[in-house]
Structure formats: structure tokens, C-alpha cells
Design a protein around this ligand. Structure first.
Ligand code: NAG
Ligand code: NAG
Ligand code: NAG
Ligand code: NAG
Length: 255
């Protein structure tokens, strides 16, 4: 399908990959529903979508995916009458070894990265069946590879990948495709939100030149381009896939 006039929900559109994806859909002429918790940041994304395409029809919903999943879907249908694409992008990161972390971390990460995606998908599915639409889940290289001090995050993303495949099978007979993207390190706020200072973050990005074979970290736009591909008819025979957008990060092993 051409993405023009398609109704697309992007969760976590207030920053990072979500903001880049919302912008990319607006450029395609889609009707974009932007959701995020931070109203000011959401407004900023909305403004950049408008700047890129003054005719873009947008609906911003200040919402927390862990509590507002049904409201997000309902508001979308009320405003646009249909839903074609759900981009499950909102996610949170966490670190700490099993000796350090508490139960609260597990509940918080699974609530957003897994349970909220389940809820959004559940409420969206009947509408996607009507339009023969599709879902793109934003996972992570951490869903495919194992990292120290990241057990909860890695496990949540592995769960997301497996859910993607199972739901792909549930919805394939209805011609609804479901795919995941597994980005490597991409420049967004997600790491600084974990408490890294600017200096630590700069050091981390420098270090990433050695952990990503292409020799650099990714740009949110590069992930957005892959989202557009999976959301469009260009990928009409692809379902249940995990598409790595990671500069080769997943391939490395120490030597
Ligand atoms: C969403 O719409 C459904 C169907 O009309 C309704 O049963 C449900 O209460 C609504 N939920 C919310 C949170 O708006
Ligand atoms: C997580 O990472 C941040 C930034 O590197 C660090 O300040 C913090 O102590 C870490 N938290 C845990 C529980 O290890
Ligand atoms: C996306 O992943 C989530 C798991 O977090 C899953 O609940 C959902 O069903 C997936 N979406 C699809 C359509 O696979
Ligand atoms: C966990 C998993 O299914 N990973 C798959 C991701 O995609 C690659 C490439 O298609 C597969 O080889 C993996 O099995």
C-alpha cells in the first residue's frame, strides 16, 4: 500500500526513533496519531511533522501506554474512522546486575515494553483486520543478543520478538502483517534517561564505534526508513520478521 492517507499510530512519538518515524509518515502523507507522555516534546514532534508536510493530518494524544492503550485506539477511530498501521515504539531501558536490581525494575520495564504492547495490539487488531493493515514492533539488538547488567531489558525485548512472531501467525490468515525492527545503538535520549552524564554518553558513543562494525552509531532516521519499508506494500510478503538495523552489531563476538 502507498502510505498516503493511511492512519498510523506511533507510540513514543515525543522523542528519538518515534519522533523520526512520525516525521517520516507525515512526509509520506499518512494521517499520523502521535502519542507520548511529554506534552512539550509531543508538540515539538507535531511541529516538525507540520513543517515537513503542511497538509499532514495529525492527532496528538498525551498518554501513557501502560494505562491509556484502549483510549489511544478509541480516539484514533473516533477521529479518523480507521487504523492501518500500529508502530509499537514506546519503550524504556534499564540496567543493573541481578545482584543490584529490584522487583520494581522488572515490573516497570515489562509493563511498558511487553504488557502495553500487548494491550495496544489487542485493541488495535480488530481495526487492522478491517483495513488489512500491519504492525511494526520496535525491539532491540538486546532482544537477540545477551548483555550483562541488562537482563530485564534484554528479556523484555526477546519477549517482544517472540510475541511478534506469534501474533504474525494469529493474523496472517487475515492478511495482517506483523514485524519487528531490532535497532543497535541509535542517538536518542534513552541512555541519558538512565542517568548518563553528557560526558559519559559521549564516551559511550565513542566506544560504540568499536561495537558496531559499520564504525558508528545509528541515526533515528535510519530506523524510521526501515519502519516505512515494513509498514508499506514494499514489504507485502514479509511477516514475523525481526529486521536488524544495527550496523552489524548483532554479528560480533569477542575475539
Ligand atoms: C473504547 O470503545 C469501546 C467500544 O466502543 C468501549 O466499550 C470502551 O469503553 C472504550 N474505552 C475507552 C477507554 O474509551
Ligand atoms: C545504570 O547506568 C547508569 C549510567 O551509566 C549508572 O549511573 C547507574 O548506576 C546504573 N544503574 C545500575 C543499577 O547499575
Ligand atoms: C508486538 O510485540 C508485543 C510484545 O511486546 C506483542 O504483545 C504484540 O502482540 C506484538 N505485536 C504484534 C502485532 O505482534
Ligand atoms: C530470534 C530470531 O528469530 N531471530 C531471527 C531474526 O532474523 C534472522 C534473520 O532472518 C533470523 O536468522 C533469526 O532467527
Amino acid at each position: 500500500m502507498s502510505l498516503a492517507n493511511k492512519v498510523v499510530i506511533v507510540t513514543g512519538a515525543s522523542s528519538g526513533i518515534g519522533a523520526a518515524a512520525a516525521l517520516a509518515f507525515a512526509q509520506q502523507g499518512s494521517k499520523v496519531v502521535l502519542t507520548g507522555r511529554n506534552e512539550a516534546n509531543l508538540k515539538a514532534t507535531e511541529a516538525s511533522c507540520k513543517a515537513a508536510n503542511s497538509k499532514a493530518e495529525l492527532l496528538s494524544i498525551v498518554a501513557d501506554v501502560t494505562v491509556d492503550a484502549e483510549r489511544i485506539i478509541n480516539s484514533t477511530i473516533e477521529k479518523f474512522g480507521q487504523l492501518d498501521v500500529l508502530v509499537n515504539n514506546a519503550g524504556v531501558d534499564a540496567n543493573g546486575s541481578i545482584l543490584e536490581i529490584d522487583v520494581e525494575q522488572f515490573d516497570r520495564i515489562f509493563d511498558t515494553n511487553v504488557r502495553a504492547v500487548f494491550l495496544l495490539t489487542k485493541y488495535a487488531a480488530p481495526h487492522l483486520v478491517k483495513t488489512q493493515g500491519n504492525i511494526v514492533n520496535i525491539s532491540s539488538v538486546a532482544g537477540l543478543r545477551s548483555l550483562a547488567s541488562k537482563s530485564v531489558y534484554c528479556t523484555s525485548k526477546a519477549a517482544l520478538d517472540q510475541f511478534t512472531r506469534c501474533i504474525a501467525l494469529d493474523l496472517a490468515p487475515m492478511n495482517v502483517r506483523v514485524n519487528a525492527i531490532n535497532p543497535g545503538v541509535v542517538v536518542t535520549d534513552i541512555h541519558k534517561r538512565l542517568g548518563m552524564s553528557e560526558e559519559q554518553y559521549a564516551k559511550f558513543l565513542e566506544h560504540c564505534k568499536t561495537t558496531h562494525p559499520i564504525g558508528r552509531v545509528g541515526d533515528a532516521r535510519e530506523v524510521a526508513d526501515a519502519i516505512i519499508f515494513l509498514a508499506s506494500d514494499s514489504s507485502s510478503f514479509i511477516t514475523g520478521a525481526n529486521l536488524s538495523v544495527d550496523g552489524g552489531r548483532r554479528l560480533l563476538c569477542p575475539r
